[in-house]
Write a protein that binds this ligand. Structure first.
Ligand SMILES: Nc1ncnc2c1ncn2[C@@H]1O[C@H](COP(=O)(O)OP(=O)(O)OP(=O)(O)O)[C@@H](O)[C@H]1O
Length: 260
């Protein structure tokens, strides 16, 4: 698959603060993301990660600059590009199975095939036995796993994930990281993944983009050259970790200077 190439030129997003002053949630940036790349956005709170992923997904428009995917301007969300939100975005009136099936039936998949595919993906996220439960009968982590199953089942060309594993327990999180990597290698979507967790970013990303706040901006882009899945105890992993932690510390110090 060669689709899912993203290009950003001079993209910025400004808001007005309560005093009416213009504030850069994102200051002008250029960025290229290749098809099938797995890009992790990391950085402290307020550095513009959600702003950037929302612009890429077409949920919001930049104040200036241009964003294209496969050469076409991004003007609105697209069914080939799926976003997994922090707050799950499940339909409360549909069961877990119904939520996953809905994404497939919306793409024209026949009901029996949709059911089989949905059950397979619920099994991947460890929820096959909860397929008939409704969102209000599921914990936060379980709801997020349904949202992940729904996104993965639809085999999108682009997957936008805004802290998708934040609400999960550590074991489920590690397991889903491996499942996500496996599916990424199999289906080769372009993935843009927001996380606060540097280890998660190094483990998943082929590229880690470290962002900084005040104003929101790209601070450093690191290409991660590790086999997938990689060994978290490996010395190369540790070297990436040191590099990114050092940068992250500098970003925090700058942010604290700003707050003072
Ligand atoms: N609709 C809005 N109106 C005004 N300011 C906004 C709006 N959305 C975001 N901001 C501001 O833009 C900046 C970047 O916000 P954003 O949510 O993109 O950061 P983030 O890196 O995703 O943070 P977090 O890690 O806490 O989710 C913040 O200072 C935020 O207060």
């Amino acid at each position: 698959m060669t689709s899912g190439t993203m290009s950003l030129r001079g993209v910025a997003k400004y808001y007005r603060n309560p005093n009416g002053e213009r504030m850069a949630a994102l200051s002008p940036l250029d960025l290229d993301i290749a098809a099938s790349e797995f890009v992790c956005l990391v950085g402290p709170s307020g550095c513009g990660k959600t702003t950037l992923i929302n612009l890429l997904a077409g949920f919001d428009q930049p104040s200036c600059g241009s964003i294209t995917i496969d050469g076409k301007p991004v003007t609105k969300p697209d069914s080939e590009r799926i976003m997994i939100f922090q707050d799950y975005g499940l339909y409360p009136w549909k069961s877990a199975l119904g939520n996953v099936m809905f994404a497939l039936e919306a793409k024209g998949v026949a009901k029996s095939e949709a059911k089989a595919t949905a059950l397979h993906h619920l099994e991947i996220v460890g929820l096959k036995d909860s397929a008939e439960r409704y969102p209000h009968q599921l914990s936060g982590g379980m709801k997020q796993r349904v949202a992940i199953a729904r996104a993965l089942a639809a085999s999108p060309q682009v997957l936008f994930m805004d802290e998708p594993f934040a609400a999960l327990d550590a074991f489920t999180r590690l397991r889903l990281q491996d499942e996500l990597l496996r599916i990424w290698q199999e289906q080769q979507p372009t993935v843009v993944f927001v996380t606060h967790d540097l280890d998660e970013a190094i483990y998943l990303g082929s590229k880690v983009i470290l962002m900084a706040p005040y104003p929101g901006r790209l601070r450093k882009i690191v290409d991660i050259q590790l086999p997938r899945p990689c060994d978290r105890t490996d010395s190369v992993f540790a070297a990436y970790r040191r590099e990114l932690f050092r940068e992250f510390q500098l970003v925090h110090e700058e942010a604290m200077d700003y707050a003072i």
